[in-house]
Design a protein around this ligand. Structure first.
Ligand SMILES: N=c1c2ncn([C@@H]3O[C@H](COP(=O)(O)OP(=O)(O)OP(=O)(O)O)[C@@H](O)[C@H]3O)c2ncn1[C@@H]1O[C@H](COP(=O)(O)O)[C@@H](O)[C@H]1O
Length: 106
């Protein structure tokens, strides 16, 4: 398992076995709107870090965003494997990286 899969397994574990100290559990308890709000905030922080050309901050904020996106997948009953499958499908179908027309037609 890679680190994203391991993190996702931790998140699912929190969903199945709630713990009072868990931030992940706090998000599940608050529900979808709270998770979406956090994704909005973290996305803004990614943009600010990039515009400031602050690479350490960018890594930190992308990690925060990735975590909150995984919580959203779990909330929706999806898995990190679903996203991996979609990315693999694109790799198989696209002849050139960044070919926007092909991406739109997938
Ligand atoms: N990867 C993460 C992770 N990334 C970010 N965060 C939390 O996300 C929050 C983001 O910070 P903010 O300042 O935006 O939010 P906040 O003010 O704390 O919270 P809000 O009041 O805004 O909701 C922080 O509380 C971080 O601790 C994470 N919390 C947990 N994990 C992992 O999730 C798994 C389960 O952890 P627990 O939920 O802590 O058991 C473990 O593998 C953890 O490493």
């Amino acid at each position: 398992m890679n680190v994203l899969q391991e993190l996702f397994a931790d998140i699912l574990e929190r969903k199945q076995n709630p713990s009072a100290e868990s931030y992940t559990n706090y998000l599940f308890t608050k529900g979808e709107d709270k998770i979406l709000k956090k994704i909005g905030e973290e996305t803004t922080e990614v943009v600010i870090a990039a515009k400031n050309n602050d690479k350490d901050e960018l890594i930190y904020e992308v990690a925060d965003l990735a975590y909150h996106c995984l919580v959203l997948l779990a909330e929706k009953g999806l898995t990190v494997a679903d996203v991996e499958k979609e990315l693999e499908r694109r790799r198989g179908k696209l002849s050139k990286v960044g070919d926007r027309k092909e991406i739109e037609n997938l």
